[in-house]
Design a protein around this ligand. Structure first.
Ligand SMILES: [Zn+2]
Length: 98
């Protein structure tokens, strides 16, 4: 059973994805409840609740969100996913144009 990225409009899966996307990392939702909730909201899928196995791929994080100083690249503490390819109706801008 492959693990899919939970992000809206993203079809990356962890299964055998090495050859397809060698730079992709998959991140589990945080254990911390309030941070996990922020991740869930960031995904913008209605009613989405992260399961134990829920993952996001590294495409939804900015390069600065990662700590690359150690041997293992890890996400900085308290970071939220912020890079998504939402459909236009989810990208509504509140300020009127013109
Ligand atoms: Zn993804």
């Amino acid at each position: 059973m492959p693990d899919f990225c939970a992000a809206y409009g993203c079809s990356h899966e962890r299964n055998n994805s090495l050859s397809l996307a060698p730079f992709l990392t998959f991140l589990r939702f945080p254990k911390d409840n309030s941070l996990k909730r922020q991740w869930e909201l960031a995904v913008k899928r209605e009613g989405f609740v992260a399961a134990e196995r829920s993952l996001l791929c590294s495409e939804h994080f900015k390069p600065d969100d990662f700590d690359r100083t150690g041997q293992i690249v890890r996400l900085r503490h308290g970071v939220k996913p912020s890079v998504f390819n939402f459909p236009s109706h989810l990208q509504k801008v509140c300020a009127p144009f013109g």
